[in-house]
Design a binder for this molecule. Structure first.
Ligand code: UT7
Length: 325
């Protein structure tokens, strides 16, 4: 037994890339004022990938196949598939069941988790509990999102912020308590539910309420930094691991200014932060595995490195995972 260890990772990004300049030109032509300069200065985003006619489950499946190859295990060896998403293909079946069929992982149970942009960290914590308690050996955890379908493309406050994509981890037993996931910290506060939401539901074939993402940007900005700082300090205290000894910080990729402010509050230099928000924009539950996989493949995150992954977003939710790679 032992903790869950990340033994493979994989990413999928749709081919279609839209730069800030292209998006600004489209919005300006509709009389909506924005610019490349504004988007870069306020967010650090330069471009986003858009899924167009792809599905969340398809992207999840592609990321999962690459993670299996990376882990060098067969899909038949998976005991469980967990997909973190707020943009599933269907109300049900779960996206995880569709991935299970796609990758032919018929020994695996399958279910989705919805905790908005904290979803991947919540899903990792569930997978870790199943593995460390001995109920599962190999688990596929995926974050996959198509936020471009829940964006109001006439709302400049939100439509410039998001992108689509998927990232996946294979987790397996580490064999000991000093490698793999060392500690978990999960938080939620429903009092802040209104600052970031898609406030609609289905009723008798009609969508009732606003079908688009709405956000009080400044409130979310403030709470994100607040929650991330508290959670980072909590997890280090729980695991008795000094913050300054962490090799890499992989926070949710929403805004470069949030990550810079977090680094400043924690006293951590910017070069310890993995940043992909410039290339991917905010991909919600997919942002952490996409950023982790990017930095692993470019050689920055290496075996035995200690990594802090942190999600934050709608709910309000926040979560941290401290892991030895
Ligand atoms: O994944 C979930 C977590 N989400 C987040 O973490 C997002 C958190 N929030 C943010 O990242 C930032 O609050 C934003 C990037 C959304 C906005 O940045 P800001 O510095 O807080 O800007 P602001 O909302 O204070 O807006 C400043 C100005 C306003 O105009 P006035 O009132 O000063 O005339 C906005 O109307 O910028 C205007 N504005 C824009 N201008 C050009 C808002 N959006 C745009 C835009 N282009 N796209």
């Amino acid at each position: 037994m032992g903790n869950a260890r990340i033994v493979g990772s994989g990413s999928f990004l749709p081919e279609k890339i839209v730069s800030n300049e292209e998006l600004a030109a489209t919005l300006n032509s509709k009389g909506i004022k924005t610019s490349d300069e504004w988007i870069i200065q306020r967010t650090g985003i330069c471009q986003r990938h858009l899924a167009e006619n792809l599905t969340t489950s398809y992207m999840a499946g592609e990321a999962a196949k690459l993670a299996l190859l990376d882990a060098d295990i067969k899909s038949s060896e998976l005991d469980m598939i967990i997909v973190a998403t707020s943009t599933p293909d269907n109300v049900f079946p779960s996206t995880a069941c569709l991935v299970q069929a796609n990758i032919q992982a018929y020994s695996a149970s399958a279910f989705d988790i919805q905790a908005a942009c904290s979803g991947f960290v919540y899903a990792l914590s569930v997978a870790n509990s199943f593995i460390s308690s001995g109920f599962a050996k190999n688990i596929m955890v995926i974050g996959s999102e198509i936020f471009s379908r829940i964006i109001d493309w006439n709302d400049r406050k939100t439509c410039v912020l998001f992108g689509d994509g998927a990232g996946a981890f294979v987790l397996s037993e580490s064999g000991d308590l000093h490698s793999g996931i060392l500690s978990v910290d999960l938080q939620a506060n429903g009092d802040y539910s209104s600052i970031l939401s898609v406030g609609s539901h289905f009723n008798n074939s009609a969508i009732v309420g606003d079908p688009f993402i709405r956000m009080d940007g400044q409130a979310v900005f403030k709470q994100a930094i607040n929650f991330l700082e508290i959670s980072a300090r909590n997890i280090c205290k729980k695991s008795n691991f000094p913050l300054e000894s962490i090799d890499w910080f992989v926070p949710h990729q929403a805004n470069i200014r949030i990550m810079n402010a977090l680094g400043h509050k924690l006293g951590i230099p910017n070069d310890k932060f993995i940043i992909t928000v410039d290339k991917h924009a905010n991909t919600s539950a997919a942002s952490i595995p996409l950023a982790f996989d990017y930095a692993r493949k470019d050689g920055r995150i290496k075996e035995r490195d200690v990594v802090l992954m942190q999600g934050v977003g709608g709910g309000f939710t926040c979560g941290s995972i401290l892991a030895v790679v």
